[in-house]
Ligand binder design. Structure first.
Ligand code: GDG
Length: 449
């Protein structure tokens, strides 16, 4: 179960089409093999749809009304939980009238499972939109195995404790037999919050509550490494990467940022650090080009409109101040790219800059590494991304430290080929050994018990 079904409505063909992604490709073979179902919202408000089969998987749509989309999804999920769980780096909006829709929608998801499955069939629930579902399933069907995985960070108890509904959320999650997080830090934060805001006891990895044992574990998600490697290694992508560089005016150094346009991703700080580099290093002007892809996201939430304006103001300032007829310092793309184009950018970029202020994992970091098939390239990575726990041979930075970030960007640009290869070899080994298939298998083994 996930907020979204792995399908999207294709208006032109007038039918449902699969929407690919790491989670989908990892789970699809398992679901096909076990004759499993995927429960989720089909992505269109007020759409009522009977279950159907696509790609060998039974798709079970859950209806969400337009009003619920505003109060449950944009409101409670993305106005309250999202900023709160990312260390409250933006004001956390809380409204009592957002809570009820969150409960109602969670119950509807739970009911869909109850009517679709036998009472003892295992269920794996994904992410922050559905934190009450485990307890709802437990109440109706006490004997089934229930797993939960949180894709975003779980904050320290001092921040989590601001939530008026903290006890309800903890009780909701504790309905599961196993609760997974990307990092040890999130798992520890959750165990502590569970002991403070419920009667749960026991060590961090193994909580006891209401006569049951709940496993709390950290299992970092990964990517379909082989698929990215194969695509990046194809002659078409190699040609496209060469062409992109040429079209950008053949800069000596090409830097890249790829993010959903979200205030957690630190795009603004990254641009300010780049601006600092251009200020202090006139010799680099005309030599370095920064491509920033910002994929439109949650445009209905006010904080997202604010961060978009801030980013676009900065891009304009930098280009206005430093740009020349023959050189645009920042190429800013506010759109989503085709997968092949994205991979060609990964192959073209000498330096990838990933500077979230807080991020559950950050798959872009792993994708960049997988696509560096020639063993070169430099990853600048925020210490506040979950990925930094495994990718410690990247150039790890504190994104709040603007001078430090500017220093690291300079260092990345000038890093020698030998050190690039040493670091990249280690990083590539990490994403090769641990891919999304390993992740799904580990998680499902725990869920199935
Ligand atoms: C949440 C957590 C956690 C991006 N731009 C384009 C594009 N993408 C794809 C990337 C990557 C995915 O979107 C983004 O994943 P991230 O992990 O970087 O970030 P979130 O969307 O915030 O995801 C995060 C994740 O869940 C999984 O648990 O890692 O911490 O916040 O796969 O490739 N894909 C295409 N065009 C683009 O322009 N095709």
């Amino acid at each position: 179960m996930a907020n979204r079904l792995p399908v999207a409505w294709d208006d032109i063909a007038d039918r449902w089409a699969p929407s690919p992604g790491g989670l989908v490709s990892a789970l699809a073979p398992i679901l096909v093999d076990r004759r499993g179902a995927w429960v989720g919202w089909p992505g269109i408000a007020d759409r009522e749809e009977e279950p159907f089969r696509l790609e060998g998987i039974r798709q079970v749509p859950v209806t969400i009304s337009a009003e619920e989309f505003t109060d449950y999804y944009e409101g409670f999920c993305n106005g309250t939980i999202w900023p709160l769980y990312h260390d409250a780096i933006r004001p956390v909006e809380m409204h009592r009238h957002w809570w009820r829709p969150y409960v109602v929608v969670n119950q509807r998801f739970a009911d869909a499972v109850i009517s679709e499955t036998a009472v003892d069939e295992p269920v794996w629930v994904q992410d922050y939109q559905l934190q009450l579902v485990p307890a709802m399933l437990r109440a109706a069907t006490p004997d089934r195995r229930i797993g939960f995985f949180l894709h975003i960070p779980f904050p320290p108890v001092e921040i989590f404790g601001r939530l008026p509904w903290r006890r309800e959320i903890i009780a909701g999650l504790l309905g599961a037999d196993v609760i997974g997080f990307h990092t040890r830090q999130s798992a520890r934060n959750f165990a502590r919050a569970a002991r403070v805001f419920s009667t749960a006891t026991g060590p961090a990895g193994q909580l006891s509550w209401q006569g049951r044992t709940i496993t709390v574990e950290s299992v970092p998600i990964s990517i379909d490494t082989a698929e990215f490697k194969a695509l990046a290694g194809s002659p078409e992508i190699a040609d496209a990467a060469v062409r992109f560089r040429r079209e950008l005016g053949s800069p000596r150094h090409l830097m890249l940022g790829v993010d959903r346009l979200d205030y957690t991703k630190g795009i603004d700080l990254r641009l300010r650090a780049f601006q600092t580099v251009l200020e202090r290093r006139p010799d680099l002007r005309g030599q370095v080009t920064f491509v920033q892809v910002a994929v439109p996201s949650r445009a209905g939430v006010e904080e997202y409109q604010i961060i978009r304006d801030q980013i676009e103001l900065l891009v304009g300032r930098i280009n206005g101040e430093f740009g020349r007829r023959d050189w645009v310092p920042v190429h800013y793309l506010h759109r989503s790219l085709a997968r092949e184009e994205l991979v060609a950018y990964y192959r073209a970029a000498d330096v990838m800059v990933i500077t979230p202020l807080r991020d559950g994992m950050n798959l872009v970091a792993k994708e960049y590494i997988a696509c560096r098939v020639d063993g070169t390239g430099v990853l600048v990575l925020s210490e506040f991304a979950g990925a930094a726990e495994q990718l410690d041979r990247a150039l790890v930075v504190n994104p709040y430290d603007l001078d430090g970030l500017a220093d690291t960007i300079e260092r990345a640009i000038e890093l020698g080929a030998g050190e690039q290869r040493d670091r990249m070899r280690y990083l590539r080994r990490a994403v090769t050994r641990w891919d999304v298939y390993g992740w799904a298998e580990r998680c499902l083994d725990s869920v199935l018990g």
